[in-house]
Design a protein around this ligand. Structure first.
Ligand SMILES: C[S@@+](CC[C@H](N)C(=O)[O-])C[C@H]1O[C@@H](n2cnc3c(N)ncnc32)[C@H](O)[C@@H]1O
Length: 204
């Protein structure tokens, strides 16, 4: 009986924790599917610009681990706010460490990205709007940004692909522009997104 109550209390606490951090961060820890991951890895150039690889909102670690394997000569840094996915990933890495992967708990909005060669990010559309000026202000021109499902509002992707998952999820590869046009998301954003996604955007 006591054990049942303990199991129930633990389960409810875990659900409450996940729910609370989804509210705080604005994104549930929905993992990238293997099909979408395959599509985005295929879209990335084998030779990256100089710098480190970041995954912002790295969830359960699947993308960060795959990036560390794909780019063994680069330092890969995963940043995740929600404690449970972060803990699960740290445990995964305890059992199978990756030399070039650092997995930190924190808010990616306070991470300086000036040394980034590549930023990979899968968060909701509202967060993309907040993230775009940060990427433009901190990342070096020519560095790469890869997103899927949700596009950056004002940037024109240099390449796009549709994954072969059930949502036909769009994947977007961007190069950091030399001068970020100072414009809010709106008509230009929609036009860019429609062009890139062929008019279809899947929800996560
Ligand atoms: C849709 S999930 C994607 C998880 C993982 N990147 C993947 O694709 O498998 C978004 C993740 O971003 C995290 N997140 C959202 N805002 C964040 C922030 N400001 N700092 C760190 N993590 C954040 C959420 O906790 C969630 O785990």
């Amino acid at each position: 009986m006591t054990i049942n109550i303990l199991v129930l209390a633990t389960g409810l606490s875990v659900i409450a924790l996940m729910f609370a951090f989804t509210l705080i961060s604005g994104s549930p820890p929905t993992p990238t599917s293997p099909r979408v991951r395959r599509a985005f890895l295929a879209l990335l150039p084998r030779r990256l610009p100089v710098g480190d690889v970041y995954e912002l909102g790295a969830g359960w670690g699947g993308n960060a681990i795959a990036l560390a394997a794909a780019f063994p000569d680069r330092a890969v840094k995963g940043i995740e706010l929600s404690p449970l996915p972060w803990l699960v990933t740290r445990l995964r890495l305890l059992f199978r460490p990756r030399k070039n992967l650092e997995f930190k708990r924190g808010n990616f909005m306070v991470q300086n990205l000036s040394d980034a060669a590549l930023v990979v990010c899968y968060v909701g559309g509202a967060q993309m709007v907040q993230l775009q000026p940060k990427l433009a202000a901190e990342m070096a021109p020519g560095a790469l940004v890869l997103t899927h499902t949700f596009a950056l509002p004002n940037w024109r992707p240099v390449d796009t692909v549709q994954a072969d998952d059930i949502y036909r999820s769009p994947v977007y590869l961007y190069e950091v522009p030399i001068n970020e046009p100072d414009q809010p998301s709106g008509a230009v954003a929609s036009a860019n997104q429609d062009a890139a996604a062929g008019g279809s955007e899947a929800d996560s």
